[in-house]
Design a protein around this ligand. Structure first.
Ligand SMILES: O=C(C[C@H]1NCCC[C@H]1O)Cn1cnc2c(c1=O)CCCC2
Ligand SMILES: [Mg+2]
Length: 541
């Protein structure tokens, strides 16, 4: 590889795909909107999975696997869940040369795969469903004692994103198939569901901040931006400084009882009086009367996808390529032999490199020696810098003589000799410093691009200056439509490739105390209604 050909701040799209290709994270595929995740990026996803799995299992979540196919009858059952999304659903209509009786959808998400009814809720269902079918989800919910039910899937989903030609698909950020985890839980009470929504959202915050060194802002979505099938949506919002656009990092929704009412997921109400015999009988008639001491369960669903990889690349990458946070780097330290020529004893140097790698590996540091023949040290330096390896250790005759290695940080380029004695502890410490510095730098950039705005005329200039604005906002849905409309035009001549689209509400941050308390009489800058909470608005992915 001859280095990254694009400059991040000049041609961001070109830079992004060049970095993904040259670092060997991704490769193109001949179905548009689909990409290959090569080991260098898949190992980042594995690091996220390993950490997240430990955390959700502590919360009592169990992993399961459901079919990827959904019948149209079931998919279109929860009306407002599907409306607006329909164009994105991919369908199987044939097997071999014969058409299928009924087209079958490929899951775009699995609510309608996992929640189909078990008990009757209306006579409209075909007869074969009028017996207590053990159909998936509700089968696990025979009694309130089975609650809370907490399942998660690691899988891929398909959304046939149709794009206007200008908006190229972006690998990891928006693809037609992507990997994610989708958690789906059922609770007896709203309180139990509410608590879990926030527990999961904080795990998402930690995936970004502690593993990927990417700062995010947790908050709640506006009514317009929330998941239409749910009760409310919480989110962790990220920021891509190069474009000044916000990006939804992951979402944790409370679905309320919307889906349980639609799919008839009922349990007997533990507080209801002991049901009479005939009331129990009633359950298996053709109409379930929820008032018969039954209650619809409260549900959550939450998802984080391989989008996290794209955000990490965009936030940390530079004009030499990828910059990996140590916590998710599959190689944290690369050892490169130097100063080898006809006069030097390269065997001793290679041995020194191999011993050093073993010492580091024994301390659980992911280290590798690059002893490839036929490549100069300079070539190797460039190669590993492109791949974003956090630390390079150079070992030459002079270093060996002084029993030291020359360390080079990928994030800042800083060089410093490190004594070989106790080198594992020093390298561990340096990795921690790199992880923390990467986060702190990104946080400082994010924070300095969130501009509090109380007058409308300050909105568009700040957006055009690649910022997010935070406003004391009225939370009126019509006002949000108006803001999107009015913030589309930009004072600057439009960059024909990335039109300055209107600003959407990104989140209502939970941490309102970053900004002055909103008093009676503080008016929404867009419409003049009484403001309620500080809300982030920005152009977004
Ligand atoms: O997927 C969700 C909600 C929920 N699904 C599970 C994980 C968390 C969360 O994303 C929202 N959603 C987004 N996009 C689509 C759908 C959809 O329901 C359904 C049809 C195709 C496109
Ligand atoms: Mg979508």
């Amino acid at each position: 590889q001859i280095g990254i050909l694009y400059k991040k701040e000049i041609d961001f799209a070109g830079w992004y795909t060049d970095v993904l290709l040259k670092s060997e994270m991704m490769d193109y595929y001949n179905v548009s909107g689909c990409y290959i995740l090569k080991p260098w990026s898949y190992s980042v996803w594995e690091a996220v999975q390993e950490w997240f799995n430990v955390q959700i299992k502590r919360l009592g979540v169990e992993n399961a696997y459901f079919p990827m196919f959904v019948s149209s009858k079931v998919l279109e059952r929860e009306k407002n869940h599907i409306e607006g999304f329909a164009p994105e659903v991919a369908w199987v209509t044939k097997a071999g040369n014969s058409d299928l009786e009924e087209p079958i959808a490929i899951r775009p998400t699995s609510e309608t795969v996992m929640y189909p009814c078990a008990l009757i809720q209306t006579a409209e269902l075909p007869m074969f469903l009028t017996f207590p079918m053990s159909l998936d989800y509700a089968k696990w919910i025979k009694s309130h004692r089975d609650l809370p039910l907490k399942l998660n899937q690691w899988n891929s989903v398909v959304r046939w994103e149709f794009k206007n030609p200008r908006n190229f698909e972006e690998p990891f950020l928006r693809t037609r198939e992507f990997l994610w985890q989708e958690g789906h839980t059922a609770h007896l009470t709203k309180e139990s569901a509410d608590e879990e929504v926030l527990q999961i959202l904080d795990l998402y915050r930690r995936v970004y901040e502690e593993l990927l060194a990417v700062p995010v802002i947790p908050g709640v979505k506006s009514e317009k931006e929330k998941f239409a099938g749910g009760l409310y949506t919480t989110t962790v919002e990220g920021f891509i400084p190069t474009t000044g656009r916000g990006i939804q990092g992951a979402t944790s929704h409370c679905l309320g009882q919307n889906f349980s009412k639609m799919f008839g997921i009922l349990v007997e109400d533990p507080n209801a009086s002991a049901q009479s015999k005939e009331e129990k009988e009633k359950l298996f008639t053709d109409v379930v009367d929820p008032s018969a001491g039954k209650l619809f369960v409260w549900q959550n669903s939450w998802g984080l996808s391989t989008r996290v990889i794209g955000v990490m690349v965009m936030v940390h990458g530079d004009n030499k390529g990828l910059v990996l946070p140590p916590r998710v780097a599959s190689i944290q330290v690369v050892v490169v032999p130097c100063g080898i020529n006809s006069k030097t004893d390269h065997k001793a140097i290679f041995k020194g490199c191999e011993d050093l790698v073993l010492t580091l590996q024994n301390a659980n540091i992911r280290a590798k020696a690059d002893l490839r023949d036929g490549y100069t040290p300079g070539y190797k330096f460039n190669d590993w810098e492109q791949k974003g390896v956090p630390i390079r250790l150079e070992i030459g005759p002079a270093d060996l003589a002084k029993s030291q290695a020359m360390s080079v940080r990928r994030d800042t380029g800083a060089k410093a000799p490190i004594a070989l004695s106790n080198i594992a502890a020093s390298v561990k410490q340096l990795l921690d410093v790199i992880q923390r510095d990467m986060f702190n730098r990104a946080k400082e950039v994010f924070d300095s691009h969130i501009i509090p705005v109380v007058k409308w005329e300050d909105v568009v200039p700040n957006l055009d200056d690649k910022n997010i604005v935070v406003m004391p906002w009225c939370e009126v849905e019509a006002c949000e439509d108006d803001i999107k409309e009015r913030s589309g035009r930009s004072a600057e001549p439009q960059d024909e490739r990335a039109p300055s689209a209107g600003a959407k509400s990104l989140a209502i941050p939970f941490a309102q105390d970053r900004w002055p308390k909103i008093e009676q009489g503080t008016l929404c800058p867009a419409c003049g209604n009484q403001a309620k909470r500080w809300t982030m608005f920005g152009r977004s992915y």
